[in-house]
Design a protein around this ligand. Sequence first.
Ligand SMILES: Cc1cc2nc3c(=O)[nH]c(=O)nc-3n(C[C@H](O)[C@H](O)[C@H](O)COP(=O)(O)OP(=O)(O)OC[C@H]3O[C@@H](n4cnc5c(N)ncnc54)[C@H](O)[C@@H]3O)c2cc1C
Length: 406
Amino acid sequence: MPNTNPATEIDVAIVGAGPIGLIFANALARRGVTAMLIDRQPRSALASPASDGREIALTRATQQILERLDVWPRIPESERARMRGAKVFDGESLFAMQIAPGGVPDQPLGCLVPNHVIRRAAYSALDDLDETEADGIFWRDGVELERFADDDAGVDITLASGERVRAGLLVAADGRFSATRRAMGIAAHTYQHGQHMLVCRMNHEQAHDQTAWEWFGHGQTLALLPVDTHCSSVVLTLSPSDMEAQLGLSQEAFDADITRRFDHRLGAMTKAEPDAEWHRYPLASVYAERFAGRRQALLGDAAVGMHPVTAHGFNLGVDGLWRLAGLVGDARAAARDIATPTLLSRYQREQRLATGPLFAATMAIVGLYTDDRRRAQWLRKALLRAGDAAWPVRRLIASHLTRAID
Ligand SMILES: Cc1cc2nc3c(=O)[nH]c(=O)nc-3n(C[C@H](O)[C@H](O)[C@H](O)COP(=O)(O)OP(=O)(O)OC[C@H]3O[C@@H](n4cnc5c(N)ncnc54)[C@H](O)[C@@H]3O)c2cc1C
Protein backbone atom coordinates (compact mmCIF):
# COMPACT_ATOMS: atom_id res chain seq x y z
CA MET A 1 0.00 0.00 0.00
CA PRO A 2 1.42 3.46 -0.86
CA ASN A 3 2.65 5.51 2.11
CA THR A 4 0.25 8.42 2.62
CA ASN A 5 2.08 9.90 5.63
CA PRO A 6 3.40 13.41 5.01
CA ALA A 7 7.06 13.58 3.95
CA THR A 8 9.67 14.54 6.56
CA GLU A 9 11.00 18.00 5.61
CA ILE A 10 14.74 18.51 5.87
CA ASP A 11 17.37 20.91 4.47
CA VAL A 12 20.06 18.36 3.59
CA ALA A 13 19.74 14.57 3.28
CA ILE A 14 23.15 12.87 3.56
CA VAL A 15 23.48 9.27 2.41
CA GLY A 16 26.46 7.77 4.30
CA ALA A 17 27.35 8.40 7.94
CA GLY A 18 31.03 7.55 7.47
CA PRO A 19 33.58 10.02 8.83
CA ILE A 20 32.77 12.57 6.12
CA GLY A 21 28.97 12.36 6.45
CA LEU A 22 29.18 12.66 10.25
CA ILE A 23 31.49 15.67 10.21
CA PHE A 24 29.45 17.36 7.46
CA ALA A 25 26.24 17.02 9.51
CA ASN A 26 28.06 18.52 12.49
CA ALA A 27 29.24 21.53 10.43
CA LEU A 28 25.71 22.07 9.03
CA ALA A 29 24.01 21.86 12.44
CA ARG A 30 26.32 24.60 13.75
CA ARG A 31 25.15 26.83 10.88
CA GLY A 32 21.46 26.27 11.63
CA VAL A 33 20.94 23.85 8.71
CA THR A 34 18.93 20.67 9.41
CA ALA A 35 20.44 17.37 8.22
CA MET A 36 19.27 13.77 7.95
CA LEU A 37 21.95 11.05 8.11
CA ILE A 38 20.97 7.87 6.25
CA ASP A 39 23.25 4.84 6.66
CA ARG A 40 22.76 1.15 6.08
CA GLN A 41 24.73 0.31 9.24
CA PRO A 42 23.04 0.28 12.64
CA ARG A 43 23.73 3.26 14.85
CA SER A 44 25.56 1.11 17.43
CA ALA A 45 28.18 0.20 14.78
CA LEU A 46 28.52 3.86 13.76
CA ALA A 47 28.95 4.96 17.40
CA SER A 48 31.73 2.48 18.21
CA PRO A 49 33.28 1.29 14.96
CA ALA A 50 35.75 -1.58 15.14
CA SER A 51 39.35 -1.04 14.05
CA ASP A 52 39.79 -1.25 10.26
CA GLY A 53 43.59 -1.11 10.40
CA ARG A 54 43.83 2.29 8.64
CA GLU A 55 46.08 4.96 10.09
CA ILE A 56 45.05 8.33 8.69
CA ALA A 57 47.67 11.05 8.19
CA LEU A 58 45.87 14.28 9.03
CA THR A 59 46.90 17.60 7.54
CA ARG A 60 47.14 20.75 9.62
CA ALA A 61 44.05 22.15 7.91
CA THR A 62 42.07 19.00 8.78
CA GLN A 63 43.17 19.23 12.41
CA GLN A 64 42.01 22.86 12.54
CA ILE A 65 38.59 22.02 11.08
CA LEU A 66 38.21 19.08 13.49
CA GLU A 67 39.14 21.45 16.33
CA ARG A 68 36.42 23.93 15.35
CA LEU A 69 33.84 21.14 15.21
CA ASP A 70 34.83 19.73 18.63
CA VAL A 71 36.05 16.46 17.07
CA TRP A 72 39.80 16.95 17.66
CA PRO A 73 39.60 17.22 21.49
CA ARG A 74 37.81 13.84 21.49
CA ILE A 75 40.83 12.12 19.95
CA PRO A 76 42.94 11.01 22.94
CA GLU A 77 46.58 12.21 22.96
CA SER A 78 47.66 8.56 23.15
CA GLU A 79 46.06 7.94 19.73
CA ARG A 80 47.91 10.80 17.97
CA ALA A 81 51.30 9.97 16.46
CA ARG A 82 53.46 12.82 15.21
CA MET A 83 54.90 12.35 11.74
CA ARG A 84 58.07 14.42 11.32
CA GLY A 85 58.55 13.69 7.66
CA ALA A 86 58.35 11.03 4.99
CA LYS A 87 60.98 9.16 2.97
CA VAL A 88 60.47 7.53 -0.39
CA PHE A 89 62.84 4.64 -1.22
CA ASP A 90 63.25 2.89 -4.54
CA GLY A 91 64.37 -0.77 -4.71
CA GLU A 92 67.42 -1.79 -2.68
CA SER A 93 68.98 1.68 -2.72
CA LEU A 94 69.48 3.36 0.65
CA PHE A 95 68.93 6.74 -1.01
CA ALA A 96 65.57 8.29 -0.11
CA MET A 97 63.59 11.27 -1.37
CA GLN A 98 62.71 13.26 1.74
CA ILE A 99 59.33 14.94 2.16
CA ALA A 100 59.54 17.43 5.02
CA PRO A 101 57.59 20.53 5.95
CA GLY A 102 59.24 23.72 4.72
CA GLY A 103 59.30 26.95 6.72
CA VAL A 104 58.33 26.54 10.36
CA PRO A 105 61.06 24.69 12.31
CA ASP A 106 59.87 21.67 14.30
CA GLN A 107 56.50 21.72 12.53
CA PRO A 108 55.47 18.08 11.97
CA LEU A 109 54.47 16.98 8.49
CA GLY A 110 51.24 15.55 9.86
CA CYS A 111 49.68 13.53 12.60
CA LEU A 112 48.56 9.90 12.34
CA VAL A 113 45.32 8.77 13.96
CA PRO A 114 43.55 5.39 13.51
CA ASN A 115 40.47 5.70 11.29
CA HIS A 116 38.09 4.11 13.80
CA VAL A 117 39.21 6.63 16.45
CA ILE A 118 38.36 9.51 14.07
CA ARG A 119 34.96 7.95 13.36
CA ARG A 120 34.25 7.46 17.04
CA ALA A 121 35.21 11.08 17.82
CA ALA A 122 33.10 12.36 14.89
CA TYR A 123 30.07 10.44 16.13
CA SER A 124 30.52 11.55 19.73
CA ALA A 125 30.91 15.25 18.75
CA LEU A 126 27.62 15.03 16.84
CA ASP A 127 25.94 13.28 19.73
CA ASP A 128 27.04 16.00 22.16
CA LEU A 129 25.91 19.05 20.14
CA ASP A 130 23.97 21.51 22.24
CA GLU A 131 20.23 21.02 22.33
CA THR A 132 19.23 23.50 19.60
CA GLU A 133 21.85 22.19 17.18
CA ALA A 134 21.11 18.55 18.01
CA ASP A 135 17.44 19.19 17.20
CA GLY A 136 18.55 19.76 13.62
CA ILE A 137 20.02 16.25 13.22
CA PHE A 138 17.74 13.40 12.09
CA TRP A 139 19.00 9.80 12.09
CA ARG A 140 17.85 7.04 9.77
CA ASP A 141 20.17 4.08 10.37
CA GLY A 142 19.98 0.49 9.18
CA VAL A 143 18.28 1.69 6.01
CA GLU A 144 19.13 2.61 2.41
CA LEU A 145 17.77 5.12 -0.03
CA GLU A 146 15.37 3.40 -2.43
CA ARG A 147 14.71 6.12 -5.01
CA PHE A 148 14.50 9.86 -5.45
CA ALA A 149 13.20 12.47 -7.89
CA ASP A 150 14.57 16.02 -8.07
CA ASP A 151 12.85 19.19 -9.24
CA ASP A 152 13.89 22.85 -9.19
CA ALA A 153 12.74 23.32 -5.59
CA GLY A 154 13.96 20.11 -3.89
CA VAL A 155 14.35 16.34 -3.90
CA ASP A 156 11.68 13.76 -3.00
CA ILE A 157 13.35 10.76 -1.40
CA THR A 158 11.88 7.37 -0.55
CA LEU A 159 13.77 5.20 1.92
CA ALA A 160 13.69 1.41 1.83
CA SER A 161 11.55 1.57 5.00
CA GLY A 162 8.88 3.34 2.93
CA GLU A 163 9.42 6.71 4.64
CA ARG A 164 9.24 9.75 2.39
CA VAL A 165 11.61 12.70 2.83
CA ARG A 166 11.63 16.10 1.12
CA ALA A 167 15.11 17.70 1.12
CA GLY A 168 16.53 20.94 -0.28
CA LEU A 169 19.77 19.12 -1.14
CA LEU A 170 20.75 15.45 -1.48
CA VAL A 171 24.37 14.62 -0.70
CA ALA A 172 26.09 11.34 -1.57
CA ALA A 173 28.74 10.50 1.06
CA ASP A 174 28.47 6.73 0.73
CA GLY A 175 32.05 5.92 -0.19
CA ARG A 176 34.00 5.30 -3.39
CA PHE A 177 31.59 2.72 -4.81
CA SER A 178 28.67 5.08 -4.08
CA ALA A 179 25.29 3.68 -5.13
CA THR A 180 23.80 7.18 -4.67
CA ARG A 181 26.28 8.63 -7.18
CA ARG A 182 25.21 5.98 -9.68
CA ALA A 183 21.52 6.71 -8.99
CA MET A 184 22.27 10.41 -9.66
CA GLY A 185 23.52 9.37 -13.09
CA ILE A 186 27.01 10.70 -12.41
CA ALA A 187 29.75 8.76 -14.15
CA ALA A 188 33.12 8.23 -12.46
CA HIS A 189 36.57 7.38 -13.79
CA THR A 190 37.47 4.23 -11.89
CA TYR A 191 40.97 2.74 -11.91
CA GLN A 192 41.24 -0.80 -10.63
CA HIS A 193 44.92 -1.08 -9.70
CA GLY A 194 44.82 -4.88 -9.70
CA GLN A 195 46.51 -4.98 -6.31
CA HIS A 196 45.52 -5.59 -2.72
CA MET A 197 46.71 -3.68 0.32
CA LEU A 198 47.26 -5.27 3.73
CA VAL A 199 47.52 -3.09 6.84
CA CYS A 200 48.67 -4.24 10.27
CA ARG A 201 50.61 -2.95 13.25
CA MET A 202 54.08 -4.45 13.77
CA ASN A 203 56.55 -4.06 16.63
CA HIS A 204 60.21 -3.66 15.65
CA GLU A 205 63.54 -3.94 17.49
CA GLN A 206 65.03 -0.68 16.25
CA ALA A 207 63.41 2.68 16.97
CA HIS A 208 62.37 4.81 13.99
CA ASP A 209 62.55 8.57 13.90
CA GLN A 210 58.78 9.29 13.57
CA THR A 211 59.20 9.25 9.82
CA ALA A 212 56.86 7.54 7.38
CA TRP A 213 58.46 5.31 4.75
CA GLU A 214 57.17 4.59 1.30
CA TRP A 215 59.20 1.86 -0.34
CA PHE A 216 58.76 0.83 -3.91
CA GLY A 217 60.41 -2.52 -4.55
CA HIS A 218 59.98 -4.82 -7.50
CA GLY A 219 56.53 -6.47 -7.45
CA GLN A 220 55.68 -5.00 -4.03
CA THR A 221 55.09 -1.66 -2.36
CA LEU A 222 55.72 -1.19 1.34
CA ALA A 223 54.87 1.64 3.64
CA LEU A 224 55.60 2.15 7.28
CA LEU A 225 53.69 4.67 9.36
CA PRO A 226 55.03 5.57 12.81
CA VAL A 227 52.71 4.72 15.72
CA ASP A 228 55.10 4.54 18.68
CA THR A 229 58.90 4.41 18.93
CA HIS A 230 58.99 0.64 18.45
CA CYS A 231 55.66 0.13 16.70
CA SER A 232 54.53 1.04 13.20
CA SER A 233 51.64 0.38 10.91
CA VAL A 234 52.91 -1.68 8.00
CA VAL A 235 51.18 -1.37 4.64
CA LEU A 236 51.99 -4.09 2.11
CA THR A 237 50.71 -3.96 -1.46
CA LEU A 238 50.82 -7.12 -3.57
CA SER A 239 49.01 -8.80 -6.43
CA PRO A 240 45.87 -10.67 -5.24
CA SER A 241 47.53 -14.08 -5.67
CA ASP A 242 50.70 -13.05 -3.80
CA MET A 243 48.46 -11.62 -1.07
CA GLU A 244 46.65 -14.96 -0.74
CA ALA A 245 50.00 -16.70 -0.26
CA GLN A 246 51.10 -14.05 2.24
CA LEU A 247 47.99 -14.52 4.37
CA GLY A 248 48.46 -18.27 4.30
CA LEU A 249 51.78 -17.97 6.18
CA SER A 250 52.06 -19.03 9.81
CA GLN A 251 52.53 -16.16 12.27
CA GLU A 252 56.25 -16.87 12.60
CA ALA A 253 56.77 -17.08 8.85
CA PHE A 254 54.76 -13.87 8.33
CA ASP A 255 56.91 -11.95 10.85
CA ALA A 256 60.12 -13.27 9.27
CA ASP A 257 58.84 -12.40 5.80
CA ILE A 258 58.02 -8.79 6.74
CA THR A 259 61.41 -8.42 8.46
CA ARG A 260 63.03 -9.59 5.22
CA ARG A 261 60.89 -7.31 3.04
CA PHE A 262 62.04 -4.36 5.16
CA ASP A 263 65.62 -5.52 4.64
CA HIS A 264 66.14 -5.77 8.46
CA ARG A 265 66.36 -1.95 8.53
CA LEU A 266 64.35 -1.89 11.78
CA GLY A 267 65.60 -5.23 13.12
CA ALA A 268 63.21 -8.13 13.76
CA MET A 269 59.53 -7.30 13.25
CA THR A 270 56.55 -9.05 14.87
CA LYS A 271 52.80 -8.55 14.50
CA ALA A 272 51.74 -6.29 17.41
CA GLU A 273 48.44 -8.04 18.09
CA PRO A 274 48.92 -11.63 16.92
CA ASP A 275 45.20 -12.43 17.15
CA ALA A 276 43.96 -9.27 15.41
CA GLU A 277 42.14 -9.94 12.15
CA TRP A 278 43.72 -9.00 8.82
CA HIS A 279 42.55 -5.85 7.05
CA ARG A 280 42.89 -6.15 3.32
CA TYR A 281 41.71 -3.61 0.70
CA PRO A 282 41.43 -4.10 -3.08
CA LEU A 283 42.93 -0.91 -4.52
CA ALA A 284 40.73 1.29 -6.69
CA SER A 285 40.95 5.03 -7.38
CA VAL A 286 37.83 6.95 -8.38
CA TYR A 287 37.26 10.47 -9.72
CA ALA A 288 33.66 11.50 -10.43
CA GLU A 289 32.96 13.35 -13.67
CA ARG A 290 30.82 15.89 -11.82
CA PHE A 291 30.62 16.75 -8.13
CA ALA A 292 27.16 18.35 -8.35
CA GLY A 293 23.81 18.12 -10.13
CA ARG A 294 20.38 19.65 -9.67
CA ARG A 295 19.93 19.78 -5.87
CA GLN A 296 22.66 17.13 -5.58
CA ALA A 297 26.29 17.03 -4.46
CA LEU A 298 29.02 14.44 -3.93
CA LEU A 299 31.30 14.46 -0.88
CA GLY A 300 34.26 12.43 0.39
CA ASP A 301 35.22 9.22 -1.37
CA ALA A 302 31.97 9.35 -3.37
CA ALA A 303 33.53 12.34 -5.21
CA VAL A 304 37.23 11.43 -5.08
CA GLY A 305 38.49 8.02 -3.95
CA MET A 306 42.25 8.47 -3.71
CA HIS A 307 44.92 5.76 -3.80
CA PRO A 308 46.20 5.78 -0.18
CA VAL A 309 49.85 6.23 -1.24
CA THR A 310 49.81 10.03 -0.75
CA ALA A 311 47.54 9.85 2.34
CA HIS A 312 45.02 12.44 1.18
CA GLY A 313 41.56 10.86 0.75
CA PHE A 314 40.09 11.79 4.10
CA ASN A 315 41.80 15.18 4.08
CA LEU A 316 40.31 16.09 0.71
CA GLY A 317 36.92 14.94 1.99
CA VAL A 318 37.18 17.24 5.01
CA ASP A 319 38.25 20.08 2.73
CA GLY A 320 35.14 19.47 0.61
CA LEU A 321 32.65 19.22 3.45
CA TRP A 322 34.02 22.43 4.98
CA ARG A 323 33.65 24.19 1.63
CA LEU A 324 30.10 22.95 1.03
CA ALA A 325 28.95 23.57 4.63
CA GLY A 326 30.36 27.11 4.36
CA LEU A 327 28.45 27.86 1.16
CA VAL A 328 25.20 26.31 2.44
CA GLY A 329 25.57 28.00 5.85
CA ASP A 330 26.21 31.42 4.29
CA ALA A 331 23.12 31.02 2.10
CA ARG A 332 21.02 30.09 5.15
CA ALA A 333 22.37 33.07 7.14
CA ALA A 334 21.38 35.37 4.27
CA ALA A 335 17.94 33.68 4.02
CA ARG A 336 18.73 32.50 0.47
CA ASP A 337 18.10 29.11 -1.16
CA ILE A 338 20.78 26.67 0.14
CA ALA A 339 21.25 24.73 -3.12
CA THR A 340 21.02 27.02 -6.14
CA PRO A 341 22.78 25.97 -9.36
CA THR A 342 25.25 28.86 -8.83
CA LEU A 343 26.13 27.70 -5.31
CA LEU A 344 26.56 24.09 -6.37
CA SER A 345 28.65 24.92 -9.42
CA ARG A 346 30.91 27.07 -7.23
CA TYR A 347 31.34 24.11 -4.87
CA GLN A 348 32.13 21.86 -7.83
CA ARG A 349 34.62 24.28 -9.39
CA GLU A 350 36.53 24.92 -6.17
CA GLN A 351 36.55 21.29 -5.09
CA ARG A 352 37.82 20.10 -8.47
CA LEU A 353 40.61 22.65 -8.30
CA ALA A 354 41.50 21.45 -4.79
CA THR A 355 41.50 17.75 -5.71
CA GLY A 356 42.42 17.46 -9.41
CA PRO A 357 46.19 18.16 -9.22
CA LEU A 358 46.70 15.84 -6.23
CA PHE A 359 44.65 13.08 -7.79
CA ALA A 360 46.72 13.37 -11.00
CA ALA A 361 50.01 13.51 -9.07
CA THR A 362 49.03 10.47 -7.02
CA MET A 363 48.12 8.50 -10.13
CA ALA A 364 51.47 9.51 -11.69
CA ILE A 365 53.36 8.26 -8.63
CA VAL A 366 51.41 4.99 -8.61
CA GLY A 367 52.03 4.50 -12.34
CA LEU A 368 55.72 5.28 -12.16
CA TYR A 369 56.50 3.24 -9.08
CA THR A 370 54.53 0.14 -9.89
CA ASP A 371 55.99 -0.15 -13.37
CA ASP A 372 58.92 -2.56 -13.17
CA ARG A 373 60.13 -2.07 -16.74
CA ARG A 374 63.74 -0.83 -17.09
CA ARG A 375 62.83 2.61 -18.43
CA ALA A 376 60.54 3.30 -15.48
CA GLN A 377 63.20 2.04 -13.05
CA TRP A 378 65.72 4.41 -14.57
CA LEU A 379 63.29 7.34 -14.57
CA ARG A 380 62.35 7.02 -10.91
CA LYS A 381 66.00 6.79 -9.86
CA ALA A 382 66.65 10.01 -11.76
CA LEU A 383 63.59 11.73 -10.31
CA LEU A 384 64.34 10.71 -6.74
CA ARG A 385 67.72 12.40 -6.96
CA ALA A 386 66.68 15.37 -9.06
CA GLY A 387 65.45 17.62 -6.24
CA ASP A 388 62.63 20.12 -6.05
CA ALA A 389 62.84 21.65 -9.48
CA ALA A 390 62.21 18.40 -11.31
CA TRP A 391 59.97 16.87 -8.67
CA PRO A 392 57.21 19.38 -7.87
CA VAL A 393 55.01 16.48 -6.70
CA ARG A 394 57.09 16.34 -3.53
CA ARG A 395 56.34 20.00 -2.74
CA LEU A 396 52.69 19.55 -3.68
CA ILE A 397 52.32 16.68 -1.18
CA ALA A 398 54.23 18.42 1.62
CA SER A 399 52.44 21.74 1.18
CA HIS A 400 49.04 20.03 1.23
CA LEU A 401 49.90 18.18 4.41
CA THR A 402 51.06 21.31 6.25
CA ARG A 403 48.62 23.88 4.78
CA ALA A 404 46.46 25.73 7.31
CA ILE A 405 42.88 26.97 6.79
CA ASP A 406 42.14 30.73 6.48
C1 LIG B 1 44.39 1.48 3.80
C2 LIG B 1 43.89 2.90 3.69
C3 LIG B 1 44.66 3.94 4.21
C4 LIG B 1 44.22 5.26 4.13
N1 LIG B 1 45.02 6.26 4.62
C5 LIG B 1 44.62 7.55 4.51
C6 LIG B 1 45.46 8.62 5.00
O1 LIG B 1 46.56 8.42 5.54
N2 LIG B 1 45.02 9.91 4.88
C7 LIG B 1 43.81 10.19 4.31
O2 LIG B 1 43.45 11.38 4.21
N3 LIG B 1 43.00 9.20 3.83
C8 LIG B 1 43.38 7.90 3.91
N4 LIG B 1 42.57 6.90 3.43
C9 LIG B 1 41.27 7.26 2.83
C10 LIG B 1 40.16 7.44 3.87
O3 LIG B 1 40.06 6.28 4.69
C11 LIG B 1 38.84 7.71 3.14
O4 LIG B 1 39.03 8.80 2.28
C12 LIG B 1 37.69 8.02 4.09
O5 LIG B 1 37.41 6.93 4.93
C13 LIG B 1 36.41 8.32 3.28
O6 LIG B 1 35.33 8.57 4.14
P1 LIG B 1 33.83 8.62 3.57
O7 LIG B 1 33.00 8.99 4.75
O8 LIG B 1 33.77 9.45 2.34
O9 LIG B 1 33.51 7.14 3.09
P2 LIG B 1 33.43 5.78 3.91
O10 LIG B 1 34.39 5.76 5.04
O11 LIG B 1 33.55 4.71 2.87
O12 LIG B 1 31.95 5.75 4.54
C14 LIG B 1 30.81 5.53 3.75
C15 LIG B 1 29.58 5.33 4.63
O13 LIG B 1 28.46 5.15 3.76
C16 LIG B 1 27.69 4.02 4.19
N5 LIG B 1 27.06 3.47 2.97
C17 LIG B 1 27.67 2.91 1.92
N6 LIG B 1 26.77 2.58 0.97
C18 LIG B 1 25.56 2.94 1.45
C19 LIG B 1 24.25 2.87 0.94
N7 LIG B 1 24.00 2.37 -0.28
N8 LIG B 1 23.23 3.33 1.71
C20 LIG B 1 23.46 3.85 2.95
N9 LIG B 1 24.70 3.95 3.48
C21 LIG B 1 25.73 3.50 2.73
C22 LIG B 1 28.68 3.08 4.84
O14 LIG B 1 28.04 2.24 5.77
C23 LIG B 1 29.65 4.08 5.52
O15 LIG B 1 29.21 4.40 6.83
C24 LIG B 1 42.99 5.57 3.49
C25 LIG B 1 42.20 4.53 2.96
C26 LIG B 1 42.66 3.21 3.05
C27 LIG B 1 41.83 2.09 2.43
